[in-house]
Design a protein around this ligand. Structure first.
Ligand code: ATP
Ligand code: MG
Length: 229
């Protein structure tokens, strides 16, 4: 089933000689439960694409349809609720709230929704992420990799339909990086989540069902493959 559709998406930053077409007529469709790797050189538009799909960065033109719903056609309140419930975005540079501790950061989207925190799921996640004994630490009391894991916990806490991860292993050594990927894959299988990972790491890209290559804001290659591992 087609779950995510990106139609003729453009994102232009700046004007005149500062004009950058970060996304230049990108179209693609993604099936539910797919695991996609997005690769491409620095500045090619990978983060911009992820943010546009996640509903956090309004495109200049084009549409994003998630589960049949036009993401940017809804009111900003509805869009915010949609984001919190349907999408787990892991930013390239962790976007933790510095004044909130680990547990508060992870449960923030749920509390903003005024919903009850599922304690069991929280404990399960803290254990998976190896953060049980850091639960009351603030972000500046954590290592870079631990902060990255908190950001992942926040994205997975809601068991969203789609998980978008922007270089989630960028600041980790290869062992911890592979552990994070294992975690994302486990969640993807368990909850039939659609998983999109931006990565520069070929060993991660080879574990996906499909690799999309972006260059200068356009899709230059889109290949299905038998995933490794
Ligand atoms: N807020 C902004 N204002 C102006 N230009 C921007 C802005 N954000 C991104 N860009 C430009 O858009 C292009 C795409 O940026 P993007 O962050 O999507 O690249 P990327 O593929 O994620 O790169 P990296 O691998 O380095 O993270 C770049 O050329 C960048 O300079
Ligand atoms: Mg980026």
């Amino acid at each position: 089933m087609e779950f995510l559709k990106v139609e003729d998406l453009c994102k232009v930053y700046g004007r005149g000689e500062n004009r950058v077409a970060a996304l230049d007529h990108v179209s693609l469709s993604v099936e539910q439960g797919d695991f996609i790797a997005i690769v491409g050189s620095s500045g090619s538009g990978k983060s911009t694409l992820l943010h546009a799909i996640a509903g956090v960065d309004i495109p200049t033109s084009g549409r994003v349809l998630l589960n049949g719903q036009d993401v940017y056609a809804q009111s900003s309140e509805k869009l915010a609720v949609f984001r919190r419930r349907q999408v787990g975005l892991i930013y390239q540079f962790h976007n933790l709230i510095p004044t909130l501790d680990v547990v508060e950061n992870i449960t923030l989207p749920i509390r903003m929704d005024r919903r009850r925190v599922n304690r069991e799921r929280l404990e399960e996640l803290l254990e998976l992420l190896g953060l049980q004994d850091r639960r009351n630490h603030l972000p500046n009391q954590l290592s870079g990799g631990q902060q990255q894991r908190v950001a992942i916990g926040r994205a997975l806490m809601n068991a969203p339909a789609v998980v978008l991860a922007d270089e989630p292993t960028g600041s980790l050594d290869s062992r911890n990086g592979q552990e994070i990927i294992r975690l994302l894959k486990e969640s993807h299988r368990k909850y039939r989540q659609t998983l999109v990972i931006v990565t520069h790491d070929e060993t991660i890209a080879l574990q996906a069902n499909r690799i999309i290559t972006i260059a200068d804001g356009t899709v230059v290659r889109d290949e299905r493959q038998v995933p490794l591992g």
